[in-house]
Design a protein around this ligand. Structure first.
Ligand SMILES: *Cc1c(COP(=O)(O)O)cnc(C)c1O
Length: 405
């Protein structure tokens, strides 16, 4: 197990170290929840103030022609660089949930001889809920949800879309994207990937894997702010044949012709529906720009090392780690199963270690490489060890706390 001195030496030699100062992290907090809500980049306050005071306050409606109208595709092209997509394949728009609705509906409508959306039991709730809503609105369509071990058998000639989350939100298990995309294609289906827990945390290469469709979240590892706009990817080869069911004017070929009849824009722009939320877009773009400054290979390597350091602490405490040990098989958080995971998470927060709980019994700790150091890991581990040894987390005050997130 790493000592405090070893951790400090690792941090001093960490090539990503300077990024920590770019975030406004509060004193006395070890933030292990950046996989749920990324912290505030210092530059974001300035970007939002500029958007508010200068672009909105001073430039008023002229700002639509001074960078606003391009924002969804401009930021999309930046995110494309983080996920192995080409320019013109990614748009920033709506929420992850809404983007799932659009892409699943489009995929089902484009393959009338295939009626099944296949996904994994225990996938992130909104992914399954949205798919349920999509199939309810399409005659004959069906959502098939099976355990991970059953996916291969369930991937048959009835499947239109295989919808998987690349890194599991609870356990951090990671699918081999190239392998599962190839399996979907062998079965004649499209592969749709949810990258919410991947982008900015682990290497993603959509085009390298041959992926068809993808969605992802702006407020986790991209640090885009609470409820940040999300993004979607449509591989160039599918763009002409897939139609956005939310056929709003911002996805029209010529929105400012104010035509009565919808005509989709060529390319990725057709996936926009309404007017982009510019205050939120400014915050997201700042987070994405910051992520683009970091070398993805260093991010992946540090994520793996932070995990190994925490896993060693977990082992020494006898904790049941449910995340895969092998770096290639996991994302950037570590999950422990514990019968008192809920009060333990609350007691940790009270001691300044902010992680979270996922029902029914998982303590989840996000190990985000951009701003966390090895010293954070060792200090958080010491607090966890102290709580477990003293059993103070069993104080009823913690169990009584109501869950909000
Ligand atoms: C966080 C997350 C979402 C979030 O969806 P919203 O529409 O932003 O609420 C969706 N899918 C996965 C896998 C996530 O981790």
């Amino acid at each position: 197990m790493m000592t405090l001195e070893e951790a400090q030496a690792r941090d001093a030699a960490d090539p990503l170290r300077s990024f920590r100062e770019r975030f406004a992290l509060p004193e006395g907090v070890i933030y292990l929840d950046g996989n749920s809500l990324g912290p505030l980049p210092r530059a974001t306050a300035h970007a939002v103030a500029d958007l508010t005071n200068r672009q909105w306050g001073d430039r008023l409606i002229r700002s639509w022609n001074e960078g606003w109208i391009e924002a969804p595709l401009r930021i999309g092209d930046k995110i494309a660089r983080l996920i192995g997509a080409a320019p013109g394949e990614v748009a920033v728009t709506d929420s992850t949930s809404v983007n799932l609705f659009k892409l699943l509906t489009a995929a089902l409508r484009a393959s009338p001889d295939r009626r099944v959306v296949l996904s994994e039991a225990g996938n992130f709730p909104t992914d399954l809920h949205i798919a349920e809503g999509v199939v309810a609105g399409i005659p004959g369509a069906e959502l098939r949800v099976v355990a991970r071990e059953q996916l291969a058998a369930a991937l048959d000639e009835t499947v239109a879309v295989l919808m998987l989350t690349h890194v599991h939100y609870k356990t951090a298990e990671r699918f081999d994207m190239a392998d599962w995309t190839a399996r979907a294609h062998d079965a004649g289906a499209l592969a749709l990937w949810d990258l919410s827990h991947s982008t900015g945390a682990v290497p993603v290469d959509l085009n390298g894997a041959g992926a068809d469709l993808a969605v992802g979240c702006g407020y986790k590892y991209l640090n885009g702010g609470p409820g940040a706009p999300a993004y979607l990817f449509v591989a160039a080869r599918h763009q002409a044949r897939l139609a956005n069911p939310l056929s709003g004017w911002m996805g029209h070929a010529a929105p400012f012709d104010f035509a009565d009849v919808y005509a989709p824009a060529p390319g990725i722009r057709r996936w926009l529906a309404g007017t982009p939320p510019m205050l939120a877009m400014a915050a997201l773009e700042t987070g994405v720009d910051l992520m683009l400054e970091a070398d993805p290979a260093l991010i992946a390597a540090k994520s793996a090392s932070l995990f190994d350091a925490f896993a060693a602490i977990g082992d020494s405490l006898g904790l049941d780690c449910v995340s895969p040990r092998e770096a290639i098989l996991r994302g950037s958080h570590i999950a422990f199963r514990h019968p008192h995971a809920w009060p333990l998470s609350q007691a940790l927060i009270e001691r300044g270690v902010i992680g979270d709980f996922r029902a029914p019994d998982v303590l989840r700790l996000g190990l985000t490489p951009l701003y966390l150091g090895f010293e954070d890991i060792v200090r958080a581990g010491a607090i966890l060890a102290d709580l477990l040894a003293s059993r103070r987390y069993l104080d009823p005050v913690y169990a009584q706390r109501a869950a909000v997130t």
